[in-house]
Design a protein around this ligand. Sequence first.
Ligand code: PAF
Length: 282
Amino acid sequence: MKIFRSKKTLHDYVERQKEMGKKIGFAPTMGALHRGHISLYEAAAKENDLVFSSIFVNPTQFNNAGDLEKYPRNIENDLKMLEESAFVDAVYIPEVSDLYPDGLKSKTYDFEGLENEMEGKFRPGHFDGVGTVVEELLRQVKPDNAYFGEKDFQQLAIIKKLVQKLQLPVKIHGVKIYREENGLAMSSRNERLSPDQRKAAKVIHETLLKVNDWFRVLTLPEINLRVKDIFEDQRGMVLEYFQIADENTLKETDFFYRGHDYRAFIVVFVNDVRLIDNIHLD
Ligand code: PAF
């Protein structure tokens, strides 16, 4: 596996591969890799000649300095995991100056309202930070296909919008959420949970499965109330938000309209660890 630590060396390599007509698949990460990331590379390896990873903890997408500081970092472990996975051909580990030559600040984007829903309300500036780093990474790695997990479903929708608005020549793919055995969505943040918290956090996915059962038989206020009640009974957990939204607009729905797709979104704090999950309702 090739490792590129500067924009220049990456650029020369990418240009050579493009000249040879190689199709590039790419999934950017912030490191602290887990099996969920590997599932992105597995998907990419099926459809591309070369698979690229990147590792960069992007400061501009953290609206909370403490969260940035506590974000798990373990580059040696990450490289070992990528190497062992056998799906990844190259990894880009840029310096801040490679991605932010004019200093660490975000661009401002108009994602046509997607940025104002859910995470946008709780994490101001987050999606401008994500947009800035993803735009730059896509421009540098020049992939034909890029892969993002559905766990961050709003991020996925926003990246599709970014690519469409900037007319970047890349196809964005969503990859199904990869779950731990007990159903907890895999996340780098899970590393910060104690074994007991990790066990208890399965209630998040269990609740979403219940919501899927209630979807056809209960009203929206009844579902919202039941979810609230579940988390009121969980020691050490606080429900930040639960929302059923139209999958296309991400707007909270007041009613289930025929012909629309809906998804339930949830964010729960387990002590100070913020966990996010969602489920398509069928
Ligand atoms: O999903 C992530 O890990 C990050 O938001 C991303 C897409 C790598 C941008 O920093």
